[in-house]
Design a binder for this molecule. Structure first.
Ligand SMILES: Nc1ncnc2c1ncn2[C@@H]1O[C@H](COP(=O)(O)OP(=O)(O)OP(=O)(O)O)[C@@H](O)[C@H]1O
Length: 338
């Protein structure tokens, strides 16, 4: 996005990038033809836009409102939009994409360019500054690995929810820790410091109360919030917590390895270099038990050419950069008079 001109910047309109999650939806507005560093004109936040969680109508209403708000905060209107990238969780199938594309076409003038994808794509673009090549691993409440080759072949692993094998996610780690507490209590498993540490965190006095706590509200994010307790228990030397974390590291690494293998992102000899963007609270660095670092170590035993990247911008900016790149390509076409 570097521009080496010194004169006034011509106003060429704006692009919108939307990162639509299960909890939050973020929309950023970037000036098209902006210079130097990525500089957002505005940033708006709304609730869930995952149609699987809130239903189709509510999801679309959220998307429309968040784009409207970002435009209004930037003092722009719909007619100035050049391109829109919607990267939304729950977009898993071409029919999901088509529904959103049809909807966007009704909202915007016909010259506007659209790009609709799963939210993992925006996370990848946030680490590669809009270039679609490489792999992204997301480990937050849930987990997913997504990869794309320079010629546009895509693959993903996990991301289907905890019931369908998203081990290594925040939910996966915390659910195993809670299970270990119950097993230790009823004699099926070894004693573990997780018991005292989790009881203290939840302000409960006995493992029996943990059962009531989980039934009271089994939302994935509430359970997943216990991961830092598992990490601190492992740092204290607890074997059960350490085993849970080591197995989770392998599960997360397996997701990336499966995607890289299917796409041959490292070339046929497995030694080529490729960007691996790492996103999500579980991969945040902890000095004494760094899950993200252990995952990259594990992957690099199989694929030594990984280039781990912690993005400096948020996924919504990644989505806006994808929209921006789409315009750039299109801009060249327009200048050529086609
Ligand atoms: N320091 C830490 N070390 C390890 N895990 C952490 C740390 N801080 C937060 N977490 C975990 O990160 C997870 C939340 O991450 P994040 O905010 O990226 O997820 P999310 O956006 O809610 O979920 P998703 O990406 O699945 O939509 C929780 O499981 C939380 O316990």
């Amino acid at each position: 996005m570097d521009n080496h001109t010194n004169g006034p910047i011509e106003d060429l309109g704006v692009v919108l990038g939307v990162d639509g999650g299960t909890t939050n939806t973020v929309c950023v507005c970037l000036p098209y033809g902006s210079t130097g560093q990525v500089k957002c004109l505005s940033r708006a936040v709304a609730g869930s836009s995952n149609r699987n969680s809130v239903g189709e109508n509510a999801a679309m209403e959220t998307l429309e409102n968040v784009m409207k708000e970002a435009l209004s905060m930037a003092e722009r209107d719909w007619s100035e939009v050049r391109a829109v990238c919607l990267a939304v969780s729950g977009v898993n199938h071409p029919s999901d994409q088509k529904r959103l594309l049809d909807w966007l076409r009704m909202k915007f003038p016909s010259h506007v360019k659209f790009y609709v994808e799963n939210d993992a794509v925006a996370a990848l673009a946030s680490g590669t500054m809009g270039k679609l090549h490489g792999c992204v691993l997301i480990a937050g409440t849930g987990s997913i690995a997504y990869g794309i080759t320079e010629d546009g072949r895509e693959a993903r692993a996990a991301g289907a929810g905890p019931v369908l094998g998203d081990w290594g996610s925040g939910y996966g780690i915390a659910a195993q820790a809670l299970t270990a507490v119950i097993k230790a209590h009823d004699g099926r498993g070894p004693l573990t410091r997780l018991t005292d540490n989790i009881l203290k965190e939840l302000q409960l006095s006995s493992p029996d109360e943990v059962i009531g706590w989980t039934y009271a509200d089994a939302s994935w994010a509430r359970i997943a919030a216990l991961v830092p307790v598992v990490v601190s228990s492992a740092i204290e030397g607890d074997e059960v917590a350490n085993k849970i974390l080591h197995e989770s590291v392998c599960d997360l690494a397996d997701c990336v390895i499966a995607v890289v293998r299917r796409l041959q992102l490292c070339g046929e000899d497995g030694k080529g270099r490729f960007p691996l963007v790492m996103v999500g609270g579980v991969l945040e660095s902890n000095k004494k038990w760094d899950i993200g670092k252990e995952v990259t170590k594990c992957i690099s035993k199989v694929y030594p050419g990984i280039n781990p990247i912690q993005p400096e911008v948020e996924p919504a900016v990644g989505a806006a950069l994808l929209a921006w790149h789409m315009c750039t390509k299109e801009g060249k076409t327009v200048q050529n008079g086609t």
